[in-house]
Design a protein around this ligand. Sequence first.
Ligand SMILES: [Zn+2]
Length: 271
Amino acid sequence: MEHDIEALTGGAMASIWSWVRAKIPAGVEVFDAHAHIGTDVDGRTMTGDGMRERMEAAGVKKSIVFPLNDPNARDDFSGPNDVVWRAYEEYPSSFVPFFRLNPHLDYDREFSRCVERGFMGLKLHPVSQEFELDDPRVVRLFGMAAETDLPILIHTGFAMQRIVEPLLPTVEAHPGLRLILGHCAMVEVLSATRAFEGHPNVLFETSVVQAKDLYELCCSVDPSRICFGSDIPYGDLPSTLHSILAAAEAAGVPEEALPGILSENIRRWFP
Ligand SMILES: [Zn+2]
C-alpha cells in the first residue's frame, strides 16, 4: 500500500506530484466525487481503511463512496451496500455513502431501506447492470430519487452507447433532480455539455477520462458544473488530480474556478 502511494508521488513521479500540489489552491479541501469500496467481479477490491490511507496521502478530505460491481450482490446489492455503510459509520467525516441498485429487479425495498438508513445518494451503472437510461424501470427510479431529493451518480464512461438522448427527457421532467455524470459523458461530451447547459443540477465528474475529452469538457462548460473524481480503485488520486488540473490549465480555466472543480461544486450538495 505504501509502495503504491510512493510509486504515484515519488521517484519519477515526484515532480508531477509537486506540480499538482502547487496547483491546488491553499485551503481547498479536495472532495472526490467518485470512489468505490467493496469487491468487483473483475477481482478489484478496496476497503474503507485503504480508501482513507489513499485520501490522507493525497490530501483529500472527503469522498463519495459506493459499491463496485460486486460478485456477491444479493441481486438487490444489499450486501455490498451494507459494506459501504459500515465504512461510513467508521469514518463519517471522510465518506459520503451512496448505495447501488439493479433496476432489472424489484428495487423498491432496497431503495427504501437505504434512504431510511441515511444513504446520501444512488449509483447506477448502465453497462454493468445492462440497462438503458430510458428503460421505464429506470425512468421510474429517477422519479423516485427526484421525489426523495436523492442525488444520483450515473456511469457515463467506457462502453456507454446512448447518454444524452435517453437522459434528457428525465432531466427536463425533473429539473430539481441532482445528477452526477460519472466520467463526464465522455463519449458524447460535447453534445452533453450543450444539452445539459441550462440544467445546473447536472454535474460532470472527471475520473479516468482521456486528456482530449477532459480538455473539451473544460472548454465547453462553465467550470461551476465540473467536479473532480478518482474512480478508486480503477483510478488513483495523484493521476486523476493531475489530469483535471492539466486539462483545466490547457483550456484556460481561470485559477479562481479550481476550488469549485476540486471541492465546492460538489460540496454544496453534501455540506
Ligand atoms: Zn466507478
